[in-house]
Design a protein. Structure first.
Lengths: 551, 551
């Protein structure tokens, strides 16, 4: 018998499921319901369309209803909002927003991919035409109209996550004055504080006014202008405000359906994307599943996972639950002006919150061979299990090659890899692309040296604590480097002199070594350890990480 | 007791072993012998120094003897050639090329890293000052002198491997007329013929005269000018000739040592880098070991493996053989003008030669989201085991993101990954870096679809064979595309029309589908299969691969 598949939501998860369903089942009837005017659009491209980086609006549409019908015989009903589900009758109730009519449609299997909508907290004054948020094509059309208006000169972006910062960049490129307001003490929460500080410096260097640790208290309306009042009482005038403080599963219409939802409104599914109703599945930004790393429930609003879930969900529908989803580790990335910021797996703060044991290795090194032109520094941080070396996560900030390093770490996490794998990893090396020892290898070496007892690293915050507790801070950089700035109270013995000046190092105190990035500190550590010093630790990431974080 | 480690060769393998040995054993005496004037130089940078891309000569030196002494207390004796080894006495015999003296030096452990030297076959006329090869700093000094001379206008590069093509590019950038002569039917033997044709087109587009399937018969001397006579009788005049037809282990000095060598002159070592003499180890370009993939002996002259072997070798010396080397899969890469060419693991021709079972998946797709500016096509080919899906190898050609894709595949091969892993791989996605389904995912999907019986692919050469054997060649591109060129004898039914024109497709013949790159061919295949057609195959890589290869 011909199956009837109904799909709610016509973008990544919905359209992806529809396409794969057709390839798996030529005879089924497949109908996709989309509330908005467009299906299959490139949400991820919207900020670049606002910035005129993507110049043709039509490029935003990966598929149209016509093309979908032509090539895959999928019926896409736009301007069709699903407002209720009758699970007993196996029908959905649809509002036709164009004709202003309503009707029911029967399903054999129903797939939900309603996505997530921007959070809009009850801040006083939040309802104003200049205060916008960004999810859909119509959102960006409004935002772009506003930018195009000559009266629009000052913008405030509320929220320093990746969508907020992509918007900040594109608004800046369009010539606006841009402020970013973030309630946390850092931007880009997908990475840790020490690396985020590099991003913050870059944003400031690019002329963004950055307000950290400062939330919005209220919006004050003055005609078309809005004054954003921060908790600190700072007042910022703006012609355009982009709200980008996170998203929430767009599942209000499921409230009375009896479909089990998590506290954040996300749809609970099993590893085959089945909800608590066997005939109803769900994918994408709107679902919750267990993290393969922390084992806690997570909602990961990203397009890669949504697309892959969609494909797998279709297979499980047709084949009957043969291919369990192994979950997503939240690999993500953003270009922020000239910088790339990316992360995979768990962060240090995530590990702390989950109470999981970890260690951390950091390196700041060239993205390719140092002697080849245009080498730029790449910061790479890896978190790993202190006994097994299993990789928990990685994060990176730099000007080139960041995406590659994070993808490699993601691949290894996917195979339950360890830092030993990173040390052994065989990269494709020629001077424009890598070094004979890739940053991935280096960070692996650092971690393996710790696991094998060759070295003991300490992170910038622990080092700062140790310093306050009276540790001997030994800076092994050259005198010239030391004079340009050093850790408070540090003593300078260049690593090349250390063998001859061992007497100056106390044996009865904790010794914290630092150099610029950790390498010479490690060389010095090897000398000290093999000369009977045991209370030695090397500051991972060196003065660069410390200075970034302390500033 | 203080150990005495002697090392022969002062670059990647030698210097790398010395450095790690020091960090593992602070008290040992470590002496490194280097025949040339320099240690620790960037061989890989030499072509770019010739091309003035690397402008400062000093940048080529990663370490100097002074720095090595200062930081690691390693004594580097340059201009010191080791000419013999007395294994009984545990001494080496050294020629001091500066003072013109000779002496013996005793060792506890001897490490060999003499590298490999360019092959110089006995072609008539090969001895001429304009005929040069490239390995060391002094080689590049001579080559550069020659390029700098205004009389030098025409260059011939013999050999289309990565060093030859890097030189061709840099000579061209310096304004020379450049010809490349290659005896095989393709350049860049690290990839297969179908992908290499893209490189060849690019070389020609950049103004390189390319001679394929044509070896050098002789060099004819006319004063400072040399005429290169090819087997085809073509004659090319040149002021400068770069010989770059491969390298051979530089082990002539070991001939009488009793150290076991393979037929190609490479030093035989076990997984701890021990030669047949327990006190002598070897690493780098000069060794032979079993490929972890083909299990056959291989010599891999690459800097990444050399450096990693060095580090591991030092550990095995100090710890007593605890860390077996898992081998190298030959991951390598080159920038060739605007293109990047890279490969990892086994090639199709390598698999054929080894008689190993495989299948192949090819995709030509954007290196990042299609709607984001500057998207360029990336060709990606993956070879995998036809039953288990285990990845044998990958290769890629494109303008951006090639290094990343090959590194990801290398990581998966390192973990004995399969094409299922490629399909599931969680990339860092934002429009400038990837697509919601990365090319890595796509090639994984294609392969998994075959493994799961959803699709059956055919390679360009098999398709060509099938065509000759009377298969029905069905081109499902649009009429416009079809008219611009198609496979001989192909019938055109656009994939969007196929459902309505099934009657035109014969049930009693083999059907070979093609579209531009394989995607619509696959869509069409799904329609046909689900309509009872069983003798269907989809041309992997589509018309693009076919046309590249057939031309
Ligand atoms: C500005 C922006 C930039 C982004 N950049 C990136 C990026 O760089 N990388 C990345 O990985 N991800 C990015 N994302 C996230 C990515 O777009 C989402 O993860 C992905 O689109 C989720 O797919 P989905 O199908 O779950 O939801 P959506 O794509 O949101 O689709 C859900 C659709 O369902 C419709 N819908 C909802 N309820 C109903 C209903 N009741 N009836 C009918 N229709 C309904 C909605 O109108 C919507 O069109 C970005 C998102 C935005 C907004
Ligand atoms: C032009 C060029 C470009 C390259 N590009 C790349 C690239 O992009 N990527 C990549 O991975 N690899 C590249 N390589 C290869 C890479 O340089 C080698 O794999 C690596 O240097 C091998 O290290 P090794 O220690 O085994 O040998 P080598 O680096 O060759 O060092 C051996 C040293 O030993 C010395 N020696 C030999 N015999 C004796 C003796 N009897 N006594 C004393 N000294 C002796 C030699 O003079 C030499 O300096 C390139 C090589 C060249 C020449
Ligand atoms: C485009 C969209 C409708 C999905 O449709 P789709 O037909 O699955 O599209 P894709 O381009 O992903 O097609 C991939 C299919 O072609 C196959 N394919 C791709 N290249 C191929 C090739 N060279 N040879 C053979 N098959 C190939 C793949 O295997 C896959 O088929 P499968 O899933 O049956 O294995 C959906 O992803 C979408 O709406 N995207 C836009 C919205 C979005 O993702 N937004 C967020 C990010 S901006
Ligand atoms: C440079 C050379 C002498 C090796 O010396 P080296 O001291 O091992 O140099 P590296 O820069 O590789 O040092 C890496 C060491 O520092 C450590 N390290 C690097 N960054 C670190 C950091 N941020 N924190 C702590 N340790 C760090 C690594 O763990 C490694 O030590 P280990 O091997 O004991 O684990 C040798 O590789 C060489 O001669 N190279 C040039 C020649 C060559 O390779 N040519 C071919 C390619 S062009």
């Amino acid at each position: 018998m011909k199956k009837k598949y109904l799909i709610i939501g016509g973008v990544a998860g919905g359209a992806g499921t529809a396409a794969r369903l057709r390839r798996r089942d030529e005879n089924a009837q497949i109908i996709m319901f989309e509330r908005g005017e467009y299906i299959s659009y490139a949400n991820c491209g919207l900020p670049y369309y606002a910035g005129n980086v993507i110049t043709e609006r039509s490029r935003l549409f990966v598929m149209t209803p016509d093309k979908f019908m032509e090539s895959l015989r999928v019926e896409a009903r736009i301007l069709s909002e699903v407002v209720a589900i009758d699970r007993e009758a196996k029908t959905i109730h649809v509002k036709d927003l164009k004709r202003n009519t309503e009707y029911d449609e029967r399903y054999d299997v129903l797939i939900l991919s309603p996505g997530a909508s921007p959070v809009k907290p009850p801040i006083p004054g939040i309802e104003h035409p200049a205060i916008m948020s960004l999810r859909s094509v119509s959102d960006i059309d409004s935002i772009k109209d506003k930018i195009d208006s000559p009266a629009t000169k000052r913008a405030v972006v509320v929220g320093g996550g990746f969508i907020g910062l992509e918007m900040a960049e594109n608004l800046k490129e369009r010539g606006l004055q841009v402020s970013v307001v973030e309630a946390l003490d850092q931007v880009m929460n997908i990475i840790d504080y020490d690396l985020a500080s590099e991003v913050q410096q870059h944003l400031r260097a690019k002329g963004i006014n950055l307000f950290l640790k400062d939330g919005v208290a209220s919006f004050e309306h003055h005609g078309s202008l809005v004054s954003v009042r921060l908790q600190s009482e700072t007042l910022i005038d703006a012609d355009l405000i982009i709200l980008s403080i996170g998203v929430r599963p767009d599942t209000a219409f499921l409230k009375d359906s009896g479909i089990a939802l998590a506290k954040n409104g996300a749809i609970k599914v099993d590893e085959f994307f089945t909800t608590n109703d066997q005939a109803i599945r769900a994918v994408g930004d709107a679902i919750v599943f267990d993290s393969p790393l922390s084992k806690s429930p997570v909602t990961i609003p990203l397009a890669g996972p949504a697309n892959k879930q969609a494909r797998l969900c279709a297979d499980n529908i047709v084949d009957g639950n043969k291919k369990p989803y192994t979950g997503s580790i939240g690999t993500s990335i953003a270009k922020i002006f000239d910088l790339t910021v990316a992360s995979t797996g768990l962060t240090e703060k995530g590990l702390k919150a989950a109470g999981l044991p970890y260690r951390c290795a950091i390196t700041h090194t060239g993205n390719h061979a140092g002697y080849y032109p245009n080498v730029r520094q790449l910061s790479l941080k890896v978190l790993y299990h202190p006994e097994t070396g299993k990789i928990w996560g990685g994060q990176s900030v730099g000007y080139g090659g960041v995406d590659k390093r994070i993808d490699i770490i993601s691949a290894f996490i996917g195979k339950e890899g360890t830092v030993y794998d990173l040390a052994e990893f065989e990269q494709a090396y020629a001077p424009p692309f890598s070094s004979a020892k890739d940053p991935i290898n280096m960070v692996g070496f650092i971690a393996v040296n710790v696991l094998e007892g060759m070295s003991d690293t300490i992170s910038w915050d622990e080092a700062e604590q140790a310093r306050k507790n009276g540790a001997f801070m030994l800076d092994v950089r050259s005198e010239e480097e030391f004079e340009l700035g050093a850790i408070e109270g540090a003593v300078n013995i260049p690593n090349t002199d250390l063998r001859d000046r061992l007497k100056e190092v106390p044996k009865d105190r904790d010794i914290i070594l630092n150099c610029a990035i950790g390498l010479r500190g490690y060389f010095a550590e090897r000398i000290l350890r093999q000369n009977g010093f045991t209370r030695v630790k090397n500051l991972t990431g060196g003065f660069k990480t410390y200075d970034n974080a302390i500033r």
